[in-house]
Design a protein around this ligand. Structure first.
Ligand SMILES: Cc1cc2nc3c(=O)[nH]c(=O)nc-3n(C[C@H](O)[C@H](O)[C@H](O)COP(=O)(O)OP(=O)(O)OC[C@H]3O[C@@H](n4cnc5c(N)ncnc54)[C@H](O)[C@@H]3O)c2cc1C
Length: 360
């Protein structure tokens, strides 16, 4: 989100001096973007947001053209989504017999409809395009630098390095003041704003986990990759990932403050997947036999299972809000495509631009 707002600010407000401060590298391995499964399903989007979503979707699909950067990273995979267990009827797309056979073993019901627009995208790869694009058009970048609020719209910058014990230490501190600050720290945004501006933002968070179906002879492979569309049933998505499938459970309710991610207990065995997700698995298992496959890897501890904190906003959508005269908070919520439109919207607002590319 920070890199995309920086990219659009360079385009829309080229006269402004702009510096982006990032605690890690690009892409960061700490943030939400590192683990996001990046499902693009318009069915999850509030219909009122269809136009900005469609704009963000096209941007993700054509990032080289949008950013003017050529990179080998693959951002977008137009796999389509096959939806199960819903009432609508429609075309099923073109599944070959091998795919049909695999799917029949995974789900007890027949496919209901096919969404050819369904896709998945890599948030990490997108951040590289926006980062390179913004630097090419004049962004100053400070990596390995943590930013802390320091009162009076000042910011403290801490330059970080690894010492011989491989611990991260602060090697230099400096203060800067800015005309405007955009705070896009993912789930750390709310705490940062509270510490610096004393304002409580209505952002909550939930720890989501994505266990994997490992390589399994029932999964059809082409060039060592699972050859299936994204499959959606009972709010679960199953997304091809290498020789296996990533299991994306339905969104959980926000966690109480202070919740520490920890694994659950399945038939007396400790596993890495949290209890609330195991309960969803058990409820859905009769309709989704795939959740009973022995190749489903639930991990031994929470640290073994791909997972991340996700920001939950009041409307469940990405948003920016003005914190005071000079500070803006920007969070991604649950949608990459809408997140990009939100980043553009903030850049356009700061540039005093009234038009948006998704409005005619
Ligand atoms: C679990 C999960 C599932 C998702 N699923 C989907 C999905 O299926 N489909 C979809 O479209 N979208 C999905 N999203 C949404 C999308 O991936 C996110 O909205 C987006 O990646 C968030 O990006 P961000 O820049 O807001 O946050 P982040 O990627 O977390 O970036 C925040 C950055 O701030 C840096 N930082 C933090 N603190 C400091 C500091 N003090 N100083 C300097 N730097 C700092 C971090 O290193 C990080 O690079 C999901 C998100 C999550 C978390």
């Amino acid at each position: 989100m920070g890199l995309s707002v920086a990219f659009y600010l360079r385009q829309l407000l080229p006269e402004a001096a702009l510096i982006l401060v990032e605690e890690e590298g690009i892409p960061s391995e700490q943030g939400a973007s590192h683990v996001s499964p990046g499902i693009l399903d318009k069915g999850r989007i509030n219909p009122e947001k269809a136009a900005p979503y469609a704009w963000g979707y096209e941007v993700l699909k054509h990032l080289a053209e949008e950013t003017g950067i050529q990179r080998p990273d693959k951002v977008f995979c137009a796999s389509g989504i096959l939806h199960f267990l819903v009432q609508e009827n429609g075309s099923l797309g073109s599944l070959n017999p091998e795919e049909k056979k695999a799917i029949a073993q995974m789900f007890s019901s027949s496919p209901a409809y096919w969404d050819a627009q369904g896709a998945y995208a890599s948030a990490e790869a997108a951040s590289l395009f926006f980062g390179y694009g913004a630097v090419k058009s004049g962004l100053d970048l400070m990596l390995n630098t943590r930013v802390e609020p320091s009162g009076d719209n000042k910011l403290k910058l801490q330059r970080l390095e690894y010492n011989r014990m491989m611990q991260r230490v602060v090697i230099k501190e400096e203060q800067i003041s800015t005309d405007t600050v955009v705070i896009a720290l993912g789930t750390k945004t709310a705490v940062f704003v509270e510490a610096g501006w004393g304002e409580l933002l209505p952002f909550r968070q939930v720890y989501m986990q994505y266990p994997r179906i490992e390589a399994d002879k029932r999964l059809p492979l082409t060039d060592s990759r699972v050859n299936l569309p994204i499959l959606q049933a009972r709010g679960f998505y199953f997304r091809p990932q290498g020789e296996g499938l990533l299991v994306i459970p339905p969104r959980l309710a926000p966690d109480p403050r202070g919740y520490e991610p920890s694994g659950g207990n399945l038939l007396g065995v400790r596993v890495g997947v949290r209890r609330e997700i195991l309960e969803l698995f058990l409820e859905a298992m009769a309709e989704l036999p795939i959740l009973g496959w022995e190749s489903l890897n639930l991990g031994k501890t929470a640290a073994n299972v791909r997972g991340a904190w996700e920001v939950v906003t009041a409307k469940g959508e990405p948003e920016w809000r003005q914190v005071d005269q000079k500070a803006y908070a920007l969070v991604g919520g649950d949608s990459l495509a809408l997140g990009l439109a939100t980043a553009y919207d903030l850049a356009a607002h700061l540039s005093k631009l009234n038009t948006r590319p998704w409005t005619s």
